[in-house]
Ligand binder design. Structure first.
Ligand code: ADP
Ligand code: MG
Length: 678
């Protein structure tokens, strides 16, 4: 006598036959509790509701047939096999087995009746099935097939799920279009004879809707609750100092774009409310997010708060640091820098100054998250290039605020996030968009070239640099290992140095020390280098306005969003800029399509959306973030249209009594939410 919530408290190990080995296999599928097991939904159904007549079969379809074995013979050759001829009233089909052991084991006797299920193929002029499943029971039904792992069989999983279903015998009350959790799960695991297979296959059956909406709602609920909790704690109130703003703008040497000014105002308005700011700023590459951060940070520092500004890599943190140093000097502030490479006495001193509130602004990497870092009155946290960080990290940093006060949180991302994903990852944040670029930006011309024109490209590169322009050459590698990437970049650097001795060529990759990288970047920024060979470490944020040529090797290895980020390193100055996509030999149709999109569009939002379509959310966000999204059933692309229904349901749930609410949360996010929680 249990409902699904109760089953979420029972381990699968309680089911008969689930020992440690099977338990571990199930765990790799994310199945810990019996509810997890029931929420492990079929990925497809085999239609075994009818027996087909052999004459009616078409090549390519899956079918179940029954007939009599009329002959069989061994198939000689490198992979010996067995061939059986099966006949029903009007037709014949060959069944072929190549795994001899399996073939022998099932070798049917002449004259035996046999029922099999499989894909129909052509064997010369005849029909055949390769390794069909031999059916031993006589039920005719829609048979679910589940995602599996090594060592787990469909039949085993079906039996376990059936056992868990027998324990799910109490309904949960909440119905959507007449469907309760209970009814939906029974339906999907054991669909009735008349189920609409087409709907099920497209995940558009009301039973599936019911579960998808609830899962999305549970996720929205978690984010809404974070937001609510933060709003209930008091936050410092900031009054903008107009003179300070003018002073800083003068130091920056440009006027804000209307979009930047609007976003700064939105943020400052939030900071004046006494409730924690929780805002995401999205702005395409080069839209000037750093200036927005500087203006807001300056106000916060002026009000006497401490400010933490964080970037995902050493290189970016360094660069952000030098920019802040440059700009904020005008308003009498000097930032400090913290990353893994600040060690020993310097580190201890900085930590002390932060803890005692003597240091106002600190710029750094995720080193800022570490437990040893504490602040006396942290008022504002700004995270640049957010998509590299998980939700939990964001919440961890905010928790460094002094007791009793919530720190304001500003997140800036250069990867425009399609709306459904944004709701899913950032549902707890308000959103501002910097939707225009600073004036005078010239479009970047994108050229797609095959590797066999590399030599030609080098000559052009030499001429370009001789005219006083600067260029990037980005090496990409599928391997994610730092050392392999570094090696590729080193090889490429050596090759270019040899081929182009007249150029001054620098090299940055993830294996170099932070100091070394910073020195090379500074040399490039001061135009002491003509060409910078780099790995994708320069993907986000690097800002050297005098560079006007970007060469990306094997761009087919990267996603559109990443290519767009890389390309955005040029086109920041007054000169015409170019991006050359130097593709490899193995470019397939999909790769071709992606490169064509790059050539056609310079709109980050459009490209991000296309990227999401082409690669799916996991790839798009990186596995880390995808793990944080942690959806079991819903698919952010397929189910985008259900997002607002889910959001409305989540808002409705917020009104429920706490225990009820926790149950919903526990059920869907249980095990998984541990790492999404702060
Ligand atoms: P991103 O949004 O990609 O982080 P940055 O903040 O690095 O962009 O800004 C890109 C470049 O544009 C920088 O060189 C910056 O100084 C410059 N910039 C920013 N805002 C303006 C503006 N309003 N007018 C002119 N240049 C600007
Ligand atoms: Mg930036």
């Amino acid at each position: 006598m249990s409902d699904l919530f109760e089953l979420s408290q029972k381990a699968v190990g309680e089911l008969r036959g689930v020992g440690p080995t099977l338990g571990a296999r199930l765990a790799t599928l994310g199945i810990i509790s019996m509810a997890d097991l029931l929420l492990h939904l079929p990925r497809a159904y085999e239609d075994r509701r009818q027996l087909r007549r052999i004459v009616s079969l078409r090549v390519g379809e899956q079918a179940q047939i029954e007939g009599v074995v009329v002959s069989q013979r061994d198939l000689p050759g490198r992979r010996p096999g067995l061939e059986v001829l099966l006949r029903d009233d009007e037709g014949e089909i060959l069944l072929r087995f190549f795994n001899m052991r399996a073939g022998r084991r099932h070798a049917p006797e002449l004259g035996a009746r046999l029922r099999v299920y499989g894909e129909v193929r052509a064997q010369g002029p005849r029909l055949s099935m390769l390794h069909p499943q031999i059916e031993h029971d006589n039920t005719l039904a829609l048979i679910p097939t589940y995602p599996l792992v090594e060592g787990l069989r469909q039949g085993q999983l079906r039996a376990l799920i059936a056992a868990a279903l027998r324990q799910l015998d109490v309904d949960d009350g909440l119905r959507i279009d007449g469907w309760s959790l209970h009814r939906s799960l029974h339906y999907l695991h054991q669909p009735p004879h008349d189920a609409d297979l087409a709907l099920l296959t497209r995940a558009r059956h009301p039973a599936q809707y019911r579960l998808i909406v609830e899962e999305l709602a549970a996720q929205q609920l978690a984010l809404l609750r974070h937001k609510q909790a933060a709003q209930q704690r008091p936050a410092w109130i900031l009054r903008q100092d107009e003179a300070l703003r003018q002073q800083l703008l003068a130091a920056m040497g440009f006027t804000l774009t209307p979009a930047q000014a609007r976003v700064v105002d939105e943020i400052l308005h939030d900071l004046g409310r006494g409730q924690a700011l929780q805002r995401l700023v999205q702005g395409d590459v080069g839209s000037g997010k750093t200036a927005v951060a500087a203006l807001v940070a300056a106000q916060a520092l002026h009000a006497g708060w401490q400010v933490a500004l964080m970037a995902p890599t050493d290189l970016l943190a360094e660069q952000l640091y030098s920019k802040m140093q440059l700009w904020l000097a005008a308003v009498g502030q000097s930032p400090a820098f913290l990353s893994g490479r600040i060690t020993g006495k310097a580190r201890r001193q900085l930590l002390l100054r932060l803890a005692q509130g003597e240091q106002g602004l600190v710029v750094g990497t995720h080193a800022l998250f570490q437990a040893e870092v504490s602040f006396q009155r942290l008022g504002l946290v700004i995270i640049d290039e957010q998509h590299r960080f998980g939700v939990s990290q964001r919440l961890a940093l905010r928790d460094k605020a002094a007791a009793g006060h919530e720190a304001h949180l500003l997140v800036m991302t250069a990867t425009p996030i399609p709306r459904t994903l944004a709701m899913s990852c950032y549902g707890d944040l308000d959103c501002s968009v910097i939707d225009e670029l600073p004036p005078g930006r010239l479009p970047i011309t994108t050229v797609v070239l095959p590797q066999n024109r590399r030599a030609e490209l080098m000559l052009r590169l030499r001429d370009t640099c001789r005219q006083g322009r600067q260029a990037y050459w980005v090496c990409t590698l599928i391997e994610t290992s730092d050392s392999l990437q570094a090696q590729a970049a080193e090889d490429c650097h050596a090759e270019l140095c040899e081929a182009l001795p007249e150029l001054r060529i620098g090299l940055v990759h993830g294996r170099l020390s932070g100091e070394h990288k910073a020195a090379v970047m500074q040399a490039f920024a001061r135009a002491e280098l003509d060409l910078l060979v780099a790995t994708t470490v320069i993907e986000v944020g690097v800002d050297v306005p005098t560079a006007s040529l970007m060469i990306i090797e094997n761009p087919e290895r990267l996603g559109l969003a990443q290519l767009h980020q890389l390309r955005g390193r040029v086109g920041r100055g007054q000169q015409d800029s170019y991006c050359v996509l130097l593709y490899g030999a193995e470019l397939g149709a999909a790769g071709r399509q992606r490169l064509a999109l790059m050539r056609q569009s310079q709109d980050g939002f459009f490209l991000a959306e296309q990227d999401l379509l082409l690669r799916g959310p996991g790839e798009f966000l990186g596995t880390r973030q995808a793990g944080v999204i942690g959806l079991r059933i819903a698919d952010l692309q397929r189910d985008a249209d259900l997002m607002s229904t889910a959001n409305a349901l989540a808002r409705h749930w917020l009104e429920l009594p706490e225990p009820e609410l926790m149950r919903r949360h526990q059920l869907w996010q249980g095990e998984r939410s541990r790492f999404a929680r702060a």
